[in-house]
Design a protein around this ligand. Structure first.
Ligand SMILES: [Zn+2]
Length: 374
C-alpha cells in the first residue's frame, strides 16, 4: 500500500501509511503562506480493504467550517469523480472507503488539470472567432493565457470572465469550460447574439502555478491574488499585474470572477456594495443578473451568501470591488460550493464538474438578460 501526491495539483503529507485502518496524513501549507485545505493524492495497493484516511491537521485548515457535512471526492480513473463517506471529528477529517481497484485518487474537489487547461485553451484557439494571447508570465514561468472571443469593436460591450485566482477552487475552471463551450457553439443562437453585441475576454486560469503546486489560495510566492488588486507588484503578483493592465487597455463593462466557497453549501454571487462612490444602477444590474441566473438554474440562489460590506468599507484589494470602482462597471464574484447545494442536492456527486459546467451555460442566459443595461 502506498500514498503519493507527486503530480499535477497533488498535495498530501504522509505521516504513517502502514496500517489501512489508521492511515495518518496531513495537508501541506501553500508555499510561503499559512493557508492550506486543498488535498489530492493517490492510494495504491489497497483494493478491497477498508481504509480510514485521517487528515490530522484538518482543524487548522483555512476554513475548518468547510469540513462540517463535507464528503471527500474520489475517482478510479481520474476522470469520473464521486463522493465517499467522510467524518470530521475532534479536529481530524476521516475518509472511510473500500477501494474497488488498486489505484484510487482522493481530492478536496474534482481537480481541473493543467493538461486539460492547455487543451481547453488550444481547442478554443482553433475557433475562427477566437484569439489567444499570452499576456504575461507567472513566477514559475508559466503562460498567462487570455482568450479574446468575438470581433473587437469600440461599440461592443467588454465582458471579462476569469477563474482560479484561488487555485484550489477548481470548480471555477469547470464553470469557465462550460461558458467557453457554449459561447463557441455556432448552433447556439443566444451565443451568436451575445458575440454580435459583446467581445469576451476569458482567462480560464489566473493562477496556474498555485494550481499545479496543489495550493488552496495563493500563487507560487504565497500571495493571495484576490487581495492584491489595489497595487499589484509585478514581482510577487504578476498574474494580477498583467490581467489588470490588459483590462485598462481593453476596457471593461462587466466582470465575472469565478470562485468556490469552502463552507457555504450554496451557489451565490458577491457584489461591491461597499465601494466608494457606489453606482447603484450597476449594483442593481448585478442583482438582476443574480435573479435571472436563479430563474434559469435552480442550483443557484440569492438568499444565502456573504454579509454585504457597509458603505465605504469595501476592500479594494479584492477584484470585484476594485473592478467595479476602477471601471465604473458591473462586477461580481460567483461562489460555488465544495460540498453540495442544500436546495438541490445530488448525493452521489455533491457539487460537481458537470454541474459547474451547466451553471456556466446558464450564466450566459443571465448575462443576455441584463445586456442592455451594460
Ligand atoms: Zn476564492
Amino acid at each position: 500500500m502506498k500514498i503519493s501526491s507527486n503530480f499535477d495539483s497533488g498535495n498530501i503529507n504522509v505521516i504513517d501509511a502502514s496500517n489501512p485502518a489508521n492511515i495518518r496524513l496531513s495537508i501541506n501549507k501553500d508555499n510561503n503562506s499559512d493557508f492550506y485545505q486543498w488535498f489530492h493524492f493517490r492510494l495504491t495497493g489497497a483494493k478491497g480493504q477498508l481504509c480510514a484516511l485521517n487528515i490530522e491537521n484538518a482543524e487548522g485548515a483555512a476554513y475548518p467550517g468547510g469540513w462540517e457535512d463535507y464528503q471527500a471526492c474520489a475517482s478510479y480513473d481520474h476522470e469520473t469523480w464521486f463522493r465517499v463517506s467522510t467524518v470530521y471529528k475532534d479536529g481530524t477529517l476521516t475518509i472511510q472507503h473500500v477501494p474497488e481497484t488498486d489505484s484510487v485518487y482522493y481530492a478536496y474537489f474534482a481537480p481541473y488539470s493543467y493538461d486539460r487547461h492547455q487543451e481547453l485553451v488550444s481547442t478554443a484557439a482553433t475557433h475562427p472567432r477566437v484569439k489567444l494571447d499570452v499576456i504575461g508570465e507567472t513566477c514559475d514561468g508559466r503562460d498567462l493565457d487570455l482568450l479574446t472571443i468575438g470581433e473587437e469593436r469600440d461599440e461592443k460591450k467588454k465582458i471579462w470572465i476569469f477563474a482560479r485566482q484561488h487555485p484550489g477552487e477548481s470548480m471555477a475552471e469547470w464553470m469557465v469550460e462550460g461558458i467557453l463551450n457554449r459561447l463557441l457553439d455556432d448552433d447556439d443562437a443566444l451565443s451568436r447574439e451575445l458575440l454580435n453585441q459583446c467581445v469576451f475576454y476569458v482567462m480560464p486560469n489566473a493562477n496556474p502555478d498555485g494550481s499545479i503546486r496543489g495550493h488552496l489560495r495563493t500563487n507560487a510566492k504565497g500571495q493571495n491574488l484576490n487581495r492584491d488588486w489595489a497595487d499589484p507588484d509585478p514581482d510577487v503578483s504578476p498574474e494580477v499585474f498583467h490581467l489588470r493592465n490588459k483590462m485598462d487597455e481593453k476596457g471593461l463593462d462587466f466582470s465575472l470572477d469565478c470562485h468556490g466557497d469552502e463552507a457555504l453549501p450554496y451557489n451565490f454571487i458577491a457584489c461591491f456594495e461597499g465601494v466608494p462612490n457606489l453606482n447603484q444602477y450597476n449594483l442593481d444590474t448585478a442583482y438582476m443578473f443574480g435573479r435571472e441566473l436563479e430563474r434559469v438554474n435552480p442550483d443557484f440562489q440569492n438568499e444565502k451568501g456573504y454579509t454585504k460590506s457597509a458603505p465605504g468599507t469595501a476592500n479594494l484589494g479584492m477584484s470585484t470591488n476594485h473592478i467595479a470602482d476602477r471601471y465604473d462597471a458591473v462586477a461580481m464574484t460567483l461562489e460555488m460550493p465544495f460540498k453540495d447545494t442544500v436546495d438541490s442536492p445530488n448525493q452521489e456527486t455533491g457539487w460537481s464538474p458537470e454541474r459547474s459546467i451547466k451553471l456556466g451555460h446558464s450564466s450566459l442566459d443571465a448575462l443576455y438578460a441584463v445586456l442592455e443595461r451594460l
